[in-house]
Ligand binder design. Sequence first.
Ligand SMILES: Nc1ncnc2c1ncn2[C@@H]1O[C@H](COP(=O)(O)OP(=O)(O)OP(=O)(O)O)[C@@H](O)[C@H]1O
Length: 260
Amino acid sequence: MTDAVRTQGLFKRFGQQTAVAGVDLVVPRGSFAGLVGPNGAGKTTTLSMTTGLLRPDGGSIHIDGFDVWQDPVAVKARIGVLPEGLRLFERLSGRELLHYNGQLRGLPKPEVERRTEELLAVMDLLGSADKLVVDYSTGMRKKIGLAAALLHNPAVLFLDEPFEGVDPVSANTLVDVLTRYTSSGSTVVFSSHVMDLVERLCDWVSVMSGGYIVAQGPLDQIRAGRTLNQAFLDLVGASNSGSGSGNGEEGLSWLGSAQA
Ligand SMILES: Nc1ncnc2c1ncn2[C@@H]1O[C@H](COP(=O)(O)OP(=O)(O)OP(=O)(O)O)[C@@H](O)[C@H]1O
């Protein structure tokens, strides 16, 4: 069966900085997949290239068998994206934003209106539906962004840090919606630093470090009897402790010794 996502030798450089150094990202169809890695590992750059937002310097990307850069229209019809930084149409209300997205996707108006009201209700945004997006809180922005990404019922959903800045109640709502979405056979790929959440939600994990995939596979295979947090530290921790000594305790000797 074709994978939902398959990249080969994906490569991106910014000036002297190699952000993505040859990534073979694989996500089987129907997965709830987590992309994890330390700050600067290359997750956002990988997701931006995979969703057609950033042109790679090398390598190939296929979504559901379609080449992202050769066949962008077919790919964009199949994917939903919650990008980093959540660039939304700020001067539209939440409801207008969803209507506009539905029209851009070519859905019939009555269907757009029906889906909009259902998504607003599920996201607990009905009370704020007529407020401008610019006035939304961080969590509300994530929810309206996710609603916009789901409106056309994509086969593969890409989310960059969907839970960042989201309160536990709203996070629960996002989890419910995403779990329902994947249980019908659709695929979610999301980047996160919250290992507990990745461990609870994901059945597939890709671990990035220094622009490479350093481990990838079913959750249980990556954990190998450890917690995901421990597995993550074992895989990437030593090279990211900051001090180079492995325990990060050198330096900062002045910290915590304040004199009155
Ligand atoms: N537009 C850019 N110009 C220059 N360097 C960039 C740019 N975007 C990313 N980088 C660099 O590429 C590397 C990977 O960045 P990226 O944002 O993909 O990492 P990340 O894994 O998403 O990190 P984080 O977890 O902190 O969000 C970093 O060293 C970053 O400084």
